[in-house]
Design a protein around this ligand. Structure first.
Ligand SMILES: Nc1ncnc2c1ncn2[C@@H]1O[C@H](COP(=O)(O)OP(=O)(O)OP(=O)(O)O)[C@@H](O)[C@H]1O
Length: 987
């Protein structure tokens, strides 16, 4: 694609960033401002300027982000060159270099990767053997922390205290033995991948001498080692682009360094910083409340972020009596939002974001009872599922028999009558003899231990399986691929039968996962064959490379480095599902409606958190995931029935004033606003009337506003048939009586679901498994969520709908649009116009083009947003279809589904108009070759940070100390080394 095509869909600051000629460029921007979008476009733009993809490194934070970025770049370029980029997470890029050049620093070819479970298993064994008292999980995270801090050349020298506590001594012991165990098994853990790559590139910088540009996403969450890696990658040309938002730095506990920005500016004093200041995601009201939370952190550097959407409805902060009611309330609000908006929202549009996964139990249970399908994000990986892990362990042993832990795990699966005690003795003997378990049982060294005859036979069997498989892999005539190997293993160990014998009801689901693994292996194989999954690195003169790793090793590395890779099938991607996610795992994602339960002291900020500012940033990240509706809630008693107090982050009176105490009334104006923000067409009357008929109430009035626990206390005749309370508040409103038959139908559904679900927390070991015990839409009877009714009931619905249309003064949208009555007469002119719009089908069709004159209802007041923004809307013209997860090719679509942070815009759909009054940028100059110097390259005013030591160049502009207006810029604060603003605003 021509470079101007790449720049077409960008706002002016994004444009400036994408086409900047600066060597080192920092794009600093708030949530939803299109950072990912900008980085993707910049990568494509660099290629369009003549850079070769194999000379460009792009590092992302997650595997998911890497894949998404690769696909987006692919669509921008449309020439397949994206597969040649060195693009991936820091870990996968480091692995690639180590696979090729690791021999230079004595790393054996085809090393394995110890994932966190492996690391923990090794440490547990050490702790047990040495009778240490330290908690293995604590030891693992300390060791990891020490590793990630020790590697960086910027790291502060490690102070060795003179007298070591017992815990420290144990930690030292653990560390040392852990390292030995990894080495013996030819494994590198996640930290090693980065550290060893740093070692490699320090000693052999020529490995990356070809690299012309390095681009880093989510820079705020990089740690010291990653920072060093970035510098080493870019050592030759020093051309770096980083993208980040210090306000979204939430991985401090994993040694992420917010200070890396300062380091960057110090190391690259000519860094040009560009700020993106328009938020394309959230309504004005959501953005404003999120900003007022983050601004409480006085240590942060303020920056401007403006909404491009209309103000919308105010976020909600709801008080509930206890955590049970909070969970029930979430369900009723999801149902109400769906019901009152017809088909404008489906379950995929809702996310429940949790500070800690333990909060999910009651919510999952409530979702289960009401038959609402949900999925967990940030839970167990597909590859960590029991049955998948067993097969993978076989593959790992076949690939690398010295992998002690993998071998120990499969010795007796399926049963070979080798008891746990025998396995432990064997491991200990191997450990003491400083050999691997494989060497011991494979007969390389005489075994002191005398196993029983059964156990001996069992050991012989496993040795035989592994030998046979390895022979086949090595045999040039037979050389079987990963799929062939999996099938061989499954057959040899009779795995399907094993699952049937041991896993009863769920065996089918587990076998389906095994089949899924085969599909993934096959897809990966074809990605290797087609060159989409490149491992090669360009030849560098004077340096030899290892041959490419075999496909099994690469598949296993890919598995070990995968984070939350989900699959279409087990996600039930066709079935709408509510998402439950930890806030950490929700980073980079967005949803139309977001719930943040548990907004109390101890939950957020978390009682065990060390950094309160990071906790605040977490809340900020969660709030800014919402596009149209944001719900926060605080139960007065937590799930342990302890009294709770509202999170201090939400307690400021000024903030409280901008929040609603209950869910919004969802009438025509609100509907239009939501449709505008989501760029979706308005739903039909009929869909709204039918969906709303099923509701218990059209308002958020089922639970008391002050959190009093009335609902459970009285009116026992309102208990539904399944025995669960219906949560009315003592009075039985006429409107609800009408719906009794509806409710009983729903109750029947509830009843049929009773006791048919378990929650994630009940079965932590398998909580993402789409099996019968979890309520996913697939496991429900057809139509459970929207029960299909016999025709008699349907006639009733339609009759009732008609009645409702005729009735006056009742709360539905249709009534609102009904016969003119008192209420109607009181409506403002703009409301009247909207009413007319809803009545006239032709005007409904044209509604998408209407610029709402005054979207501010009693609930949609302008909360400090500029009037010009309050009325602003994104684009006119054809409403774009709702972004869907991208369609992948046949083979790809089988393997992964991504939760896209920035859904790809349809090619055919026109781009929305620039949302804000134009920033005063003069015309962009023609694109110049990349050899231009880094400064003064485009007319956007850029600023070049200079330190006191670095000489200030003539055309650089020092802007530290400049204080910009509240809404348009950065406020520099003394002692903060941040680079300030770059875009000059109109006077
Ligand atoms: N110039 C633009 N015009 C219209 N929409 C845009 C533009 N740039 C980005 N967007 C949209 O804004 C949303 C947020 O974009 P993106 O996810 O890239 O933001 P981000 O800055 O990476 O967000 P976060 O930091 O919160 O993860 C996406 O839906 C994206 O399509």
């Amino acid at each position: 694609m021509a470079s101007d095509g790449l720049l077409a869909n960008l706002n002016e600051s994004q444009h400036a960033a994408v086409s900047s000629f600066a060597d080192t460029l920092a794009i600093l921007a708030g949530p939803g401002s299109g950072k990912t979008h900008t980085l993707t476009s910049r990568t494509a733009w660099l290629l369009s300027q003549g850079l070769q993809p194999w000379n460009v490194i792009v590092a992302t934070f997650t595997v998911k982000a890497a894949r998404e970025m690769k696909e987006r770049i692919g669509r921008l370029l449309d020439n397949g060159l994206e597969s040649k980029l060195i693009l991936g997470t820091f870990h996968s890029i480091a692995r690639r270099y180590l696979a090729r050049y690791g021999y230079l620093i004595d790393i054996q070819k085809d090393f394995g990767i110890a994932d966190s479970a492996d690391s923990l298993a090794i440490i547990k064994r050490i702790v047990k053997r040495e009778k240490y008292t330290i908690d293995p999980k604590v030891a693992r995270s300390r060791i990891s922390g020490l590793k990630s801090r020790k590697g960086g050349e910027n790291a502060a020298p490690f102070q060795k205290p003179l007298k070591k506590t017992i815990e420290m001594q144990e930690l030292d012991g653990c560390y040392e033995q852990y390292e030995e165990a990894l080495k013996r098994s030819n494994l590198l853990d996640y930290d090693d991948l980065l550290l060893r790559c740093v070692d490699l590139l320090r000693q052999y910088p020529s490995c990356v001498s070809n690299v012309e540009a390095v681009l880093i996403d989510e820079f705020q969450d990089t740690n010291l080692v990653q920072f060093d890696l970035m510098r080493l990658f870019a050592a030759q040309r020093k051309r770096i682009t980083i993208v980040g938002d210090p306000d979204q730095s939430i991985y401090g506990f994993r040694a992420a360094e917010v200070m890396n920005y300062k380091r960057m500016l110090h190391q690259y004093p000519d860094t040009v910083t560009i700020a993106l200041e328009e938020n394309y995601r959230s309504s004005g009201a959501i953005l404003l409340s999120a900003l007022s939370v983050i601004k409480q952190d006085s240590s942060r550097v303020d920056k401007s972020l403006q909404a491009t959407h209309t103000v919308g409805t105010r976020p909600v902060l709801r008080k509930l009596a206890n955590a049970h009611q909070e969970a029930e309330w979430i369900i009723t609000e999801i149902q109400r939002c769906k019901g009152m908006t017809g088909h404008l929202l489906d379950l995929n549009d809702f996310a429940i974001l949790l500070r800690s996964s333990s909060l999910s139990r009651l919510i999952e249970s409530a979702l289960g009872k009401s038959g609402i399908a949900y999925r967990m994000v940030g839970g167990l990986r597909f590859y960590d599922r029991l049955e998948v892990k067993i097969v993978l362990d076989y593959l790992r042993v076949i690939s690398q028999p010295d992998n002690n832990d993998a071998l120990a795990r499969i010795l007796n699966v399926p049963s070979r009558r080798i008891g746990d005690a025998t396995i432990k003795v064997l491991l200990d003997e191997a450990e003491q003899s400083k050999i691997t378990l494989w060497a011991l049982i494979g007969g390389e060294q005489k075994m002191k231990f005398k196993p029983s005859t059964h156990a001996k036979n069992g050991l012989g069997e496993i040795v035989n399986i592994v030998h046979t498989a390895r022979k086949q892999v090595a045999d040039p005539d037979r050389k079987i691929d990963t799929v062939g190997l999996i099938k061989f293993v499954l057959k040899r160990i009779g795995f399907e039968k094993f699952l049937e014998d041991h896993h009863g009801d769920v065996a089918k689901g587990r076998w389906a996962n095994v089949e899924e693994l085969i599909t993934q292996a096959s897809d990966f194989q074809s990605m290797i064959t087609t060159g989409y999954e490149e491992e090669s690195l360009p030849e560098v003169e004077g340096l030899q490379q290892n041959l490419e790793s075999d496909s099994l090793t690469r598949f296993l590395a890919n598995v070990a480095l995968a984070s939350e890779v989900k699959n279409d099938k087990d996600e039930g991607a066709q079935t709408p599902q509510v998402t439950i996610s930890t806030i950490h795992a929700a980073k980079g994602l967005e949803w139309p409606v977001v719930f943040i339960p548990g907004a109390y002291q101890g939950s957020i900020p978390h009682s065990r958190a060390e950094d309160e500012n990071e906790e605040r940033r977490l809340l900020y990240v969660a709030m800014t995931r919402a596009k149209a509706l944001l719900y926060m809630s605080c139960p007065l008693k937590n799930s342990q029935q302890e009294q709770s107090t509202l999170s201090p982050f939400l307690s400021a009176p000024s903030l409280l004033r901008s929040l609603e105490q209950k869910g919004p009334t969802l009438r025509s104006l609100e509907l239009q606003t939501i449709a505008l923000i989501l760029r979706r067409p308005l739903p039909s009357f009929l869909s709204i009337s039918q969906a709303s008929l099923l509701l218990k109430s059209e308002e958020d009035d089922i639970f008391t506003l002050n959190g009093e626990n009335k609902a459970f206390n009285n009116d026992s005749q309102w208990q539904n048939r399944s025995g669960s309370p219906s949560f009315n508040m003592g009075q039985r409103p006429a409107q609800r009586q009408k719906k009794d038959f509806m409710r009983s139908a729903c109750d029947e559904v509830n009843m049929t679901q009773a006791n048919r679900y378990l929650t994630t927390m009940d079965r932590p070991a398998s909580f993402t498994v789409a099996q019968a015990q979890f309520v996913t839409a697939r496991s429900l009877p057809v139509g459970a969520e929207q029960p299909s009714r016999p025709s008699k009931d349907r006639a009733k619905i339609e009759h009732l709908a008609k009645q409702k249309i005729a009735a006056e003064g009742q709360g539905t949208l249709l009534n609102f649009l009904g016969k003119p009555g008192v209420a109607h007469q009181k409506r403002s002119r703009s409301e009247m116009e909207l009413v007319e719009n809803f009545r006239d089908p032709k005007r409904i069709a044209a509604l998408k083009d209407i610029n709402i004159p005054q979207p501010v209802t009693s609930r949609t007041e302008t909360v400090g947003i500029l009037p010009v923004l309050a009325n602003h809307r994104l684009g006119s013209g054809q409403i774009m279809s709702r972004p869907r997860p991208q369609v992948m090719s046949d083979t790809e679509s089988k393997s992964y589904v991504f939760l896209s942070s920035s859904p790809v815009r349809c090619k055919a759909a026109p781009e929305p108009e620039p949302a804000l009054p134009p920033v005063a940028l003069t015309t962009q100059p023609a694109i110049l070759p990349l050899i231009r110097p880094s400064t003064s390259m485009h007319s956007t005013t850029t600023s070049t940070h200079t330190t006191t030591t670095a000489p200030q160049t003539g055309n650089s502009k020092r802007t530290l100390g400049v204080k910009r207006s509240i809404n348009s810029g950065w406020q520099s604060k003394k002692g903060q080394g941040f680079v300030p603003p770059t875009i000059r605003k109109p006077k």
